[in-house]
Design a protein around this ligand. Structure first.
Ligand code: F0G
Length: 413
């Protein structure tokens, strides 16, 4: 029997023989279970780095060495940030910056695994629906692998940095007159017709790669996890991956307790929060609207996986409005760290939970920043130009004549 087998993500029951990770069924997602997989903390420490593949025994134990399609993803920094701790009214806050990945978002962690596996399986055309970052990542990794890729994205509401990356790396970019949820339905249907290998996070290989955010964090904190791990949530792939990673880290004896997971959604795209607040009521999809376009998602595919993650970790889901996201982004950017709008929902959510007294001042919090500041330059510019009022932290540029006296007086103004 192969040590890696597909199981039902909710029940753990074996998946049918013909289950294909590249053609997932959204009604019944599968996860990988690697029977007998083991990796000691000492080995992880001895390796020191290696990103996603540092944890290969827990991610994809059977992929032959050398078959990886890699751009050296992972090994992202964990930055202690006192100014953001102050901003949230807390004593100890760090950010793990996934914007430091090769294409500027956490998507590269899952993509290196999914694209490696797709190439190994002989796939020729890889596809995804995306709000932008998955498209950028897929485009880069398929270019690296010598494979073709198709990305389906909303014609409106895809940030220019992400669109530019997808075009530049040679993906076939299809812009639809519709939102992410419509794009997702289309590519799921097409994948099940057998024409394309789907690499959205419905694909369990993506989840395996994204688990390494948590594995790496545990190692960075010398196996003493924080009290809270807070992250922005859209399609709920990360929520799924983090719960699975923590389950596995506990089973391996890496950590003695799990942090509480907090999934933060934008108020205009918060079906998971609505469900959570009603005791995990069935998902009611919404027509999503938010300036944080990365998480402009109304029908998250990994809903059931995410419910399990929150239940197992005593986790929470919270919504923050666009003004709070932009305010948190201004604080993240001013800290010299910088991130795209959706990323900063984690900081906005932390601040809101601290204000409510849910997160206590003495507790240790790690906020995940999921994407780079340069992904969405328009939103940053528009905020600082006062086009997205209110903008209390705006730092607008000042136009001056090209004369020394004008420069002097501008400096003293
Ligand atoms: N943050 C960023 C920057 C994202 O791009 C995404 C998702 C998320 C957070 C939410 O993560 O879906 O795992 O809950 N972006 C996807 C995309 C949907 O197509 O790039 P999730």
């Amino acid at each position: 029997m192969s040590p890696s087998r597909l199981v039902d993500a909710q029940s753990g029951e074996p998946a049918p023989e013909d289950a294909d990770p590249f053609a997932p069924d959204p009604k019944r997602l599968w996860d990988w279970q690697h029977d007998g997989a083991s990796l000691g903390r000492e080995t992880v420490e001895a390796r020191g780095s290696g990103g996603v593949w540092r944890f290969r025994e827990l991610v994809d134990p059977e992929l032959p060495i050398g078959a990886e399609v890699s751009l050296t993803e992972g090994d992202t920094p964990l930055l202690d940030c006192p100014t953001l701790a102050d901003y949230c009214g807390l004593g100890n806050l760090s950010v793990k910056h996934e914007g430091r990945n090769p294409t500027g978002s956490f998507k590269d962690r899952g993509m290196t695994v999914a694209v490696s596996r797709a190439r190994h399986a002989g796939a020729r055309v890889l596809a995804c629906a995306s709000t932008g970052n998955t498209a950028a990542s897929l485009a880069a990794y398929s270019a690296r692998a010598g494979l073709r890729s198709v990305v389906v994205i909303p014609a409106q509401a895809t940030a220019s940095g992400k669109l530019s990356q997808a075009i530049a790396h040679g993906a076939r970019v299809l812009q639809i007159e519709g939102d992410f949820d419509a794009a997702m339905r289309m590519v799921l249907d097409l994948a099940r017709e057998g024409d394309l290998a789907l690499v959205n996070s419905a694909n369990p290989w993506r989840i395996e790669g994204q688990k390494t955010i948590v594995f790496e964090l545990c190692a960075q904190l010398a196996w003493d996890p924080p009290d809270w791990l807070v992250f922005p949530a859209g399609n709920l792939g990360n929520a799924a991956a983090f719960g699975k990673a923590l389950r596995e880290a506990r089973a391996l004896g890496w950590i003695e307790r799990t942090p509480r997971l907090v999934a933060v959604q934008a108020a205009g795209a918060a079906p998971f929060v609505t469900s959570f607040e009603a005791g995990f009521a069935p998902l009611q999809p919404v027509a999503a609207e938010t300036l944080a376009t990365a998480i402009r998602i109304g029908a998250p595919v990994s809903f059931h996986r995410a419910v399990r993650s929150l239940r197992e970790t005593g986790g929470l889901a919270i919504a923050v409005d666009d003004a709070a996201i932009l305010d948190a982004k201004a604080a993240v950017d001013r800290a010299g760290i910088g991130a795209e709008p959706a990323s900063c929902a984690s900081v906005a959510g932390t601040r809101a939970l601290a204000a409510r007294g849910t997160i206590l001042p003495g507790e240790r919090v790690v906020c995940l920043l999921t994407g780079h500041l340069l992904k969405d330059p328009e939103t940053t510019r528009d905020y600082h130009l006062g086009r997205l009022a209110p903008a209390p932290q705006a730092n607008p540029p000042c136009r001056i004549p090209a004369r020394l006296d004008a420069l002097r007086s501008a400096l003293t103004a």
